[in-house]
Design a protein around this ligand. Structure first.
Ligand code: FAD
Length: 295
């Protein structure tokens, strides 16, 4: 099938894009068009207007400061995957980008489009809730910041208003100093280019990497495709904090993850299987993040 007819607009600035969203009824943003084209071709969405933001160069950047990593909404998965500053100082983000679909989707797809789509199986939303990140949204009325924890409301429903676009995504460095932190992003897929059955974003900060038994001071666990929204599992984090990582604390964290997730049955993975994956991947990701932190 082909999309139903629409009018095409290509703004050059955020202000122009925001003005179009304000003026036009039933307008849809287009970024990498990797998801939108599928939805429109199947006529599951039939917007009257497409606002193509690919001409807004100011939205494509990766900015690293002492406080945060800021990524412009139009930054492609490929650029996030291949960013040296991210792989050296925020690998959970670069690894999450590198595991999205195949090269074609990664060459065109954007972080803003992924978060705009808000699929609970999405890689970045999971990283964002795990790390306590935030989004910058723009409209004709100005800009505002929304915490990731408040953004994902229900299945593919978010706190964004119809007249807003995502302009930037911020991942805080606090409380994860590079020299005492390990981060990882892991997932299980049936095939290389499909969506994951389950993914996990994980970070661990230890007190002293050179100690005989470094203590886990802070941990973060975010799961994708384990509920109707990306899920941070704070009780699994608490299960490993305060002591060196051990078989016992890993078992406890895995057990919490098994209990807390609310997965939907899928054709190839029923609820019980996804609960088991949540347990296994929570243990595996915490172990990998800890090992990286103490290296
Ligand atoms: C075969 C395949 C496998 C995939 N596997 C994965 C995977 O494993 N993990 C994963 O995370 N993703 C996966 N994806 C999704 C991929 O990451 C998409 O690129 C992404 O979800 C959409 O990004 P896009 O830039 O193409 O957005 P588009 O398709 O252009 O837009 C998607 C939606 O976001 C909205 N939007 C776009 N930009 C903005 C913005 N700045 N502000 C607000 N709303 C905006 C659009 O209006 C639209 O509703 C897969 C996609 C495909 C086709």
């Amino acid at each position: 099938m082909k999309p139903s007819p629409f009018q095409y607009h290509r703004p050059d600035t955020v202000e122009e894009a925001a003005a179009l969203l304000e003026e036009l009824p039933d307008a849809e943003l287009m970024a990498g068009n990797q998801s939108l084209s599928i939805v429109m071709s199947n006529r599951l969405a039939n917007p009257d207007h497409i606002v193509d933001i690919n001409g807004i160069d100011e939205l494509a950047y990766i900015d690293s400061t002492d406080d945060a990593i800021e990524v412009g909404a139009l930054t492609r998965h490929r650029n996030i995957d291949s960013s040296p500053v991210l792989s050296e100082t925020y690998p959970v983000l670069s690894e999450s980008a590198g595991q999205i679909a195949g090269p074609v989707v990664r060459n065109r797809g954007t972080i803003g489009g992924s978060i705009g789509e808000a699929d609970p199986a999405g890689n970045y939303p999971c990283v964002l809730v795990a790390t306590g990140g935030e989004l910058e949204l723009a409209s004709a009325d100005g800009r505002r910041t929304v915490d990731a924890a408040d953004y994902f409301v229900a299945y593919m429903m978010t706190a964004i208003e119809e007249n807003e676009l995502i302009t930037a995504v911020r991942f805080p460095r606090d409380p994860f100093p590079v020299d005492r932190t390990g981060m990882t992003f892991l997932g299980q897929k049936r095939a290389a280019q499909t969506w994951p059955t389950l993914s996990i974003a994980c970070a661990v900060r230890v007190d002293d990497p050179a100690a005989d038994d470094p203590v886990v001071e802070e941990a973060r666990v975010g799961l994708a495709n384990a509920a109707d929204v990306p899920l941070r599992v704070a009780d699994a984090e608490a299960a490993v904090e305060g002591d060196p990582l051990s078989e016992g604390s890993l078992e406890a964290a895995g057990e919490v993850a098994y209990d807390r997730v609310r997965p939907q049955d899928e054709m190839h993975a029923d609820e019980t299987y996804k609960r088991e994956l949540s347990r296994t991947y929570t243990k595996r990701a915490l172990t990998e993040a800890y090992d990286r932190a103490v290296q």
